[in-house]
Design a protein around this ligand. Sequence first.
Ligand code: KG4
Ligand code: ZN
Length: 371
Amino acid sequence: MLVLGIETTCDETGAAVVERLPQGPGRILSNIVLSQIDAHAAFGGVVPEIAARAHVEALDVVIAKAMAEAGVSFAALDGIAAAAGPGLIGGVIVGLTTAKAIALVSEKPLIAVNHLEAHALTARLTDATAFPYCLFLASGGHTQIVAVLGVGNYVRLGTTVDDAIGEAFDKVAKLLGLPYPGGPEVEREALSGNPARVALPRPMLGRQHADFSLSGLKTALRVEAERMAPLSEDDVRDLCASFQQSVLEVVGDRLRAGVKMFREHYGKPNALVAAGGVAANQAIRKVLHQVAFETGTVLVLPPAALCTDNGAMIAWAGAERLALGLTDTLAALPHARWSLHDVTGPEQDASPRSVETPTMAISRPAAFEDG
Ligand code: KG4
Ligand code: ZN
């Protein structure tokens, strides 16, 4: 089964052709990712209007390159998949509309993929990981611990009540004068900094539930940075190292709580799986190894290029859905917000699923629903 996947939800224009075999991992025939970082760098973050325009300008070339590299024609494809959200709506419309046009002209089925589902299923593309497994999804827009029970069957065990981890890295970088995107910059600075120099909080540490909170940590860092100003290069390194150290301890603690919750509800997970841009962080990868070791769980860490946004994960999620007969019509809508637990699977059960935990908020502010 050959599927073309299109990713345009944020600041990467991606297209890929992936082959799904009856069993085993997928085969990536091509995976073209054009980053818009340069277009946004001057603004210190992603500007939605600039992103949408950049996708319009680049997408046809990126798709043509993905098809040429894969050496296949549109006629040879079995389906056309595009990320239909959640994300910046201008970009989502560009990708989904392009996929609809290709599907219509080539008379192939369309698969409107949830971007988070694509992150969630990447471990099956790379490692053929069997359901159920415990997913740690940490990117610029999302921080979640999810029980992945089947295609379209996701239960959120924990989420952030405020900032996503990648967002916190980006904001810390910005306030320390480091370039965008901040995650890799903070990680690099932290390498030569002193993680014990600045005392920062460890939000949610030791709580029974598996939720995260990052905004207090970021504020505490800002207060310390203002107190230390003017900042020397050593100060910046120590602030980065201290911030990252706090994140590492929190991530380890929240993951232990998440795996425990998973075991209580679903038994032993087949794996602990990481996805999202933050999973490219080497120190966080070490924490994941440690938690997997401690909890006796197999760790699946897809390569960094498949943790950050890309077309291959969209193509793979499309192929997984297509194999189950889950296709969409040309009336499929783009979504700025689209919660993972609202994605449906073969059983067509549209009711949102969640596990109640002792301290989980009864009603979350709507703004956090897909974060
Ligand atoms: O998954 P992704 O490519 O895009 C979405 O947000 O969907 O993740 C990007 C995020 C950014 O916030 C970036 O700063 C963060 O992942 N990130 C990192 C690292 N590399 C990327 N955060 C910490 N350490 C890194 N090495
Ligand atoms: Zn993403």
